[in-house]
Design a protein around this ligand. Structure first.
Ligand code: SF4
Length: 141
């Protein structure tokens, strides 16, 4: 039964690898009464060990690269990674900065990309729906 609810109600962990906080604020809005993604069963957790889906914001900086790899390893399989905002996808406006070492998919596999600067909450919800679909497929394998 626990496995059934894990599919129905995936837990997400959010990591900021170097963003300006714009996309992070949009993620926070998802849990406000306006968007209320908990009604869809999505719950934010405080530890990657409890997560099914990893939400990433910002480009990867020299200092966040190792923590990103650690967080990715800590999430149990199967897991889905979602890159939120242009910076997480390509480095965005931070590209070329002295401390930027690349977008997330240079270091870990990314399953869903959500564009925008910042990404709109509705776009993030759509991306999360895709991530849940991928998560369900992975669990069948
Ligand atoms: S995509 Fe825009 S809002 Fe999001 S972290 Fe980058 S600069 Fe900030």
């Amino acid at each position: 039964m626990l496995e059934h609810f894990r599919e129905k109600s995936p837990w997400v962990y959010h990591m900021n690898t170097g963003s300006c906080n714009g996309c992070d604020i949009e993620i926070m809005a998802l849990f406000s009464s306006k968007y209320d993604v908990e009604r869809l069963g999505i719950k934010m957790v405080g530890s990657p060990r409890h997560a099914d889906i990893l939400l990433l914001t910002g480009p990867v900086t020299a200092r966040s690269k190792e923590p990103l790899l650690k967080v990715y390893e800590m999430i149990p399989d199967p897991k889905v990674v979602v890159a939120i905002g242009c910076c997480a996808i390509s480095g965005g406006v931070f590209n070329g900065g002295y401390s930027i070492v690349g977008p997330a998919d240079k270091f870990i596999p990314v399953d869903v990309y959500i564009g925008g600067c910042s990404a709109h909450p509705n776009a993030i919800i759509e991306g999360l729906m895709k991530a849940i679909k991928i998560f369900k497929e992975l669990r069948k394998e």
